[in-house]
Write a protein that binds this ligand. Structure first.
Ligand code: G3P
Length: 216
């Protein structure tokens, strides 16, 4: 499973890119609103130059014509830009047209396997179930990931499942075991994956022992 960062913060992206584990980035208007002093376009281009992989930038238009115009514009920003379109009837129509023009789409705000199937059939390259928000609403969010992976596999649909709204390192393991192609993580979750208390105490013990022979 590939790992993306779910952030518009360039420092977080550069930090994780240096570790060699970052395969892409997803952004959304909420994440971008946390950034200041830079336009969405400029930040997305900055991110594209910091990571060698797909970078999703979200459309905010609600009508088909608006989505087409906005999506075509976003697609010109950088060769690695993926146009992110929210799931609904207009989003499906825009996705099918833009995908037909060779523009890669990440269909977002997916909350059921039915929506995931529709997104894949419309031609989305990435399909993003929101695991954490489903869990918040009392559902098993990861079940949508499992079902979507099984359906895409069963019918050889080329769309990739991108597990989003990931809230914990436990979610990451569950997404990997569910066969998700990608999980997009907040920076804090990536940091939590790195840490283990036994690693910390193990390093301390090795360093203490190394000081014993270093002084001989
Ligand atoms: O980028 C979309 C998704 O990952 C948002 O997550 O935590 O706002 O539900 P969250």
């Amino acid at each position: 499973m590939r790992l993306f960062l779910d952030t518009a913060n360039i420092d977080e992206i550069r930090d994780v890119a240096r570790m060699g584990v970052l395969a892409g980035v997803t952004t959304n208007p909420t994440l971008m609103a946390k950034e200041s002093g830079i336009s969405y376009r400029d930040r997305v281009i900055e991110i594209c130059e910091a990571v060698n992989g797909p970078v999703s930038a979200e459309c905010t238009s609600r009508e088909v014509e608006g989505l087409l115009e906005e999506g075509r514009g976003i697609a010109t920003w950088h060769p690695n830009v993926i146009v992110k379109i929210p799931m609904d009837a207009n989003g499906l129509e825009a996705t099918s047209i833009l995908a037909g023009e060779g523009i890669k789409i990440n269909m977002t705000l997916i909350f059921s396997a039915n929506q995931a199937l529709l997104a894949a059939l419309a031609g989305a390259t990435y399909v993003s179930p929101f695991v954490g928000r489903l869990d918040d609403a009392g559902h098993d969010g990861m079940e949508v990931v499992r079902q979507s992976v099984a359906i895409f596999d069963r019918y050889n649909l080329p769309a990739q499942v991108l597990a989003a709204s990931i809230r914990s390192s436990t979610h990451v393991i569950a997404a990997a075991l569910a066969g998700s192609h990608i999980a997009t993580l907040p920076y804090a979750v990536l940091q939590a994956m790195i840490k283990h208390p036994l690693t910390d105490t193990g390093i301390e013990r090795f360093l203490a022992d190394a000081r014993k022979y270093a002084s001989v």
